[in-house]
Ligand binder design. Structure first.
Ligand SMILES: NC(=O)c1ccc[n+]([C@@H]2O[C@H](COP(=O)([O-])OP(=O)(O)OC[C@H]3O[C@@H](n4cnc5c(N)ncnc54)[C@H](OP(=O)(O)O)[C@@H]3O)[C@@H](O)[C@H]2O)c1
Length: 355
């Protein structure tokens, strides 16, 4: 049986993405083959395509951090899971495909009746948001928080979960994202035309309890200035390696996967050494999942439950057929996307509905 997969042929721009048709993969012992119903498209996919994300595989590789799909075939030695069951997984790469084979331990059951695109939005974006809120920042009702990139994939997840946690929320975004941030209960701050540190101090007086910063670089230190004494910045990305100083696809030359790490280390140390008890703590979903896989499973199950109870509602920016992955990444790369872009297997799956 033939099936479709997307590969990154070289580190660079969207032209590095190619559609390949090939034999379907067969599950090895201990593996389960999953027919993908929805795969998330995220900034880390683009960073891996550009060769600047710490999790960048060697080329050629299939991108795609997260997926929801249906169990299709079982390898030898599999028990406790049946063909037809809907599952979620965070393979980090490989999800831009019609079929993927994964170890059984990677699969989390998805309750019936959920829309696959909404469910896939929970895996990377909402687990990241949830773990940063409750495990890194340990937020409590009534606290003040600042979310950078508030109208993006992780940002809208932070706003929805922050509203449930009864936080007072501020969110940086471009002017296009401001209505979405207000709608989700945050006070928008236009990062392109306002100094967010000044704005936070004008609006709150002493500053916020926590800042969630995916931008990285010197931006982390600026975020620290928005804290009240005793607050913390949760640093979870390095968007500056893609934007700002810009990379990449327009330029030739070396791509450094780890170039943001030393500055993180410096700022973490600075946070401890300087007065004011304002800490900078790093967060990485993949590191926490590798160290404590049970927490990832537990938190994803809690979020799927919140989705089923309709307490959260992921914003789907657009659904693209798998073969149009390049257009999907081009759209995300241009910026201004509100919520999550999702790949579905084909045109007939573009409508929402139960998985
Ligand atoms: N550590 C982890 O475990 C983890 C997990 C998931 C994601 N991440 C990181 O999270 C980041 C966001 O990923 P995503 O998929 O949510 O991306 P996304 O959907 O593209 O959202 C990024 C948002 O950031 C905004 N933005 C860009 N520059 C900004 C700035 N200087 N100040 C404030 N906002 C700015 C963009 O708004 P405009 O386009 O309107 O300017 C966009 O809404 C990435 O860096 C990714 O690597 C980390």
């Amino acid at each position: 049986m033939g099936c479709t997969r997307i590969i990154v042929t070289h580190y660079g721009g969207p032209d590095a993405l190619q559609v390949v048709e090939e034999e379907c993969p067969e599950p090895k012992r201990g593996e389960v083959r999953v027919r993908v119903l929805a795969a998330g498209v995220c900034l880390p996919d683009i960073m891996a395509r550009e060769g600047v994300h710490p999790e960048t595989p060697a080329v050629p590789f299939t991108p795609g951090w997260d997926l929801v799909g249906v169990v299709d075939r079982l390898g030898d030695g599999i028990a406790g899971i049946e063909p037809g069951q809907t599952v979620a997984a965070l393979p980090i790469h490989g999800a831009y495909a019609e079929f993927i084979c994964l170890p059984q331990r990677e699969l989390v059951p998805v309750p019936p009746g959920l829309d696959a695109a909404e469910a896939v939005s929970l895996i990377l974006n909402y687990v990241t948001a949830y773990q940063m809120l409750y495990r890194s920042a340990k937020v409590r009702s009534g606290q003040r928080v600042l979310f950078h990139g508030a109208s993006g994939g992780v940002g809208t997840a932070l706003l929805q979960l922050g509203r449930l946690a009864e936080l007072e929320m501020y969110g940086t975004c471009s002017s296009r994202g401001a209505p979405a941030v207000s709608e989700l209960g945050g006070v928008p701050i236009d990062y392109r035309n306002q100094d967010y540190v000044q704005e936070i101090h004008r609006l709150t007086g002493e500053g916020v309890d926590a800042v969630f910063d995916p931008i990285g670089g010197t931006h982390l230190w600026h975020s620290r200035m928005a804290l009240r004494p005793g607050g913390r910045v949760v640093g979870y990305g390095n968007t500056t390696s893609l934007r700002g100083e810009g990379l990449g696809s327009a330029r030739t030359g070396r791509r450094n996967r780890l170039h943001g790490i030393p500055i993180y280390a410096l700022y973490i140390a600075g946070g401890w050494l300087l007065p004011g008890r304002k800490r900078i703590v790093p967060y990485s979903i993949q590191t926490l999942k590798r160290l404590k896989p049970a927490l990832f499973r537990q938190d994803l199950i809690a979020l799927l439950d919140l989705l089923q109870q309709q307490k959260i509602k992921p914003l789907i920016a657009q659904r693209f057929p798998l073969a149009e992955a390049r257009s999907a990444q081009e759209m995300l790369g241009k910026g201004g996307v509100i919520g999550k872009i999702v790949l579905v297997p084909n045109r007939s799956a573009l409508e929402s509905g139960p998985a």
